[in-house]
Design a binder for this molecule. Structure first.
Ligand SMILES: C[S@@+](CC[C@H](N)C(=O)[O-])C[C@H]1O[C@@H](n2cnc3c(N)ncnc32)[C@H](O)[C@@H]1O
Length: 283
């Protein structure tokens, strides 16, 4: 495997995914009962936006950089920016970008716990260092899809699963991620599962969503944000999240803040955003 998330850290897709992740955690925390946060594809947790690894934050300039310059006033965006500032403070690294394991770790309460899986040993060692000051989150150097079988159902009977593969091979990764989603729900029917997917060409993601939607056993929605026309040949046109068992009112709240986030990231010119149910719409 050659994939290094460093090149993409803090880009618009990371911003979309991470704002949504924190909004999901906040929704789950409306109940006192603790939950397991399980991340199947974790990355290294912290990325230096001034370093060579991130190409001096080239992609981040159009992501977190654009968002900070735009001053979006939505509470979900403010919560994300606040978490990023705290992660930077804890790491004593003002130019760091915090990946999902660190952002989630910051949000976990005493009654919650998290497990992050990363298959590449060097990335996993870096993740271990990044998580040192977050005792609620541990990392494992294992295949995240196998961890689903090992860790679900958890004793808490509540879980949030994030599936965020590298998509080096788009069709294979989409299939494996779909299987991971199905396996999570088979092991814990009420699990909230967020599956990230890239929007590079609608001719790939459109038929995939149409194929899996009728087979989903639980309510599910998709939240998509794109900066370029959805069939442009620029590489990554947009960012999508399929969310199974979305918490109550998440769709209503997202319909408010996702367009504002998209506008802050420059999605107004050729881009856009959508939140729509694909299975068992809830009212
Ligand atoms: C897109 S990155 C994760 C980014 C991270 N979720 C974030 O938002 O900060 C995908 C990561 O998954 C790792 N990976 C690939 N296949 C895996 C597998 N089967 N199990 C666990 N990790 C895997 C890669 O090494 C890479 O670091």
């Amino acid at each position: 495997m050659k994939y290094r998330h460093s090149f993409h850290a803090g880009n618009f897709a990371d911003v979309h995914k991470h704002v949504t992740l924190l909004a999901l955690i906040a929704s789950l925390q409306r109940k006192d009962k603790g939950f397991l946060y399980l991340e199947t594809h974790a990355g290294r947790g912290l990325y230096d936006l001034h370093g060579a690894d991130t190409h001096q934050g080239a992609e981040a300039r159009l992501g977190i950089g654009a968002l900070q310059a735009a001053r979006c006033d939505r509470p979900q965006v403010a919560a994300y920016l606040d978490a990023l500032a705290r992660a930077r403070g804890n790491a004593n690294a003002a130019s760091a970008y915090a990946g999902s394991p660190v952002l989630a770790a910051l949000a976990l309460r005493a009654q919650d716990r998290g497990v992050c899986c990363e298959i590449q040993a060097a990335e996993c060692r870096a993740l271990e260092r990044a998580l040192r000051c977050y005792p609620r989150m541990r990392c494992e150097c294992v295949d995240g899809y196998q961890a689903i079988g090992a860790l679900l159902p958890p004793p808490e009977r509540r879980a949030l699963v994030l599936i965020d593969p590298p998509y080096e091979e788009q069709a294979d990764d989409l299939q494996r991620a779909t299987d991971g989603l199905g396996k999570s729900l088979a092991r814990l029917a009420n699990a909230v599962v967020a599956l990230w997917y890239p929007i590079k060409d609608d001719r790939d993601t459109g038929p995939w969503l149409e194929r899996i939607a009728p087979r989903l056993p639980v309510p599910a929605l998709v939240a998509e944000l794109w900066l370029h026309p959805r069939d442009a040949r620029v590489g990554l046109n947009g960012s999508g999240l399929l969310i199974a068992n979305p918490p109550y009112q998440l769709d209503v709240e997202m319909a408010q803040w996702l367009p504002a986030l998209g506008a802050a990231l420059g999605a107004t010119r050729q881009g856009g955003s959508t939140v729509r149910w694909i299975a068992h719409e809830q009212h």
